[in-house]
Design a protein around this ligand. Structure first.
Ligand code: AAT
Length: 292
């Protein structure tokens, strides 16, 4: 009974729970930051779980990693310097590497254990670390961005976990201020922004902070990821003041990028049509977000 109460009590989605059939537990451990679990599921392949929350599965990781990466990178011409926050599995790195214009990629992941475990169990994701353009920094993103040089990055991708635990500060105003400072004029941010079915208030708060911080443009986009709570996940796309960015239509279309499909495997989810429809919002979401 006690465990059932706990099961339905995650404050991010109270009163609901999601389950996948476990075929075999492959790894269980604890870092100074979180509990790390990898299991083989019956129907979604291997699954990475942090503090009891699914972060990715073999079957649907493509939707999340491709959208969070190509929505920002296909919205600006010729991205060169990119920063990833979180993303220790390497999947976002793998996607960035498809862009041959990119010269340098910094990644700041807090948890070395996530990186090590993904190298063992998710080689199709951790392949991203093998690219010579990648520079790994293991540490807290808040600290990293406080010390980051000003006006350097063309794009920053925040692939972070839910704002309970080590990612708590990553949804607060001071963090967004340091992101804006680290971007070049007209540089772009794509931030994991939770579910439109579950997290209206959190999205409204992030939107109003971002509209204050990023004077270029701010948009909410979303996509389908069946193993995330409610089956969808959103992204906040923000541009710093400078050369204007129109996120709604890809100016740097993936279909024209030479070598875009060479990074280990084919693109499975993202294309220019998926890019455009990602910004189309249901009526109730438009209403909830219009004042923010
Ligand atoms: N691509 C997989 C999806 C993730 S992983 C999020 C990563 O962010 C984790 O590896 C975690 O260790 C890292 N992280 C959390 N806090 C920080 C921090 N303060 N600094 C740097 N890295 C951090 C996200 C899935 C979203 C799931 C939505 N429900």
């Amino acid at each position: 009974k006690a465990s059932k109460v706990q099961y339905y009590n995650n404050p991010m989605w109270p009163g609901e729970a999601h389950s996948l059939k476990v075929d075999k537990i492959l790894y269980q451990g604890k870092s100074p930051y979180q509990e790390v679990l990898v299991f083989e599921s019956a129907t979604y392949g291997k699954v990475l779980v942090l503090d009891g929350i699914v972060q990715l599965t073999d079957k649907d990781e493509c939707a999340y990693q491709e959208m969070i990466t190509h929505l920002p990178l296909c919205s600006i011409p010729s991205p060169k310097k990119v920063l990833v926050i979180g993303g220790g599995d390497g999947g976002v790195l793998r996607e960035i590497c498809r862009h041959s214009s990119v010269e340098s990629i910094d990644i700041c992941e807090i948890d070395q254990l996530v990186i090590d475990v993904c190298k063992d169990f998710f080689p199709q994701l951790s392949v991203g670390f093998e690219d010579p353009r990648v520079h790994l920094h293991v540490g807290d993103a808040v600290e990293f961005l406080r010390n980051a040089p000003e006006g350097t990055y063309d794009a920053i991708i925040v692939d972070s976990s839910d704002p309970i635990g080590p990612a708590q500060e990553l949804v607060e105003k001071p963090f967004f201020d340091t992101i804006a400072r680290a971007l070049r004029p007209g540089g772009v941010l794509c931030n994991q922004a939770e579910s439109m079915w579950l997290h209206t208030h959190l999205i409204q708060d992030m939107l109003s902070i971002c509209r204050e911080t990023f004077k270029g443009s701010v948009h909410y986009a979303w996509t389908s990821v069946p193993t995330y709570p409610s089956g969808v996940i959103g992204f906040l796309l923000c541009a710093k003041e400078g050369p204007p960015v129109n996120f709604l239509t890809p100016i740097n279309p993936i279909e024209k990028l030479e070598g875009a499909t060479k990074a280990g495997r084919e693109i499975r989810f993202y294309n220019s049509e998926m890019h455009r429809v990602a910004f189309v919002l249901p009526t109730f979401v438009k209403k909830e977000l219009e004042a923010y």
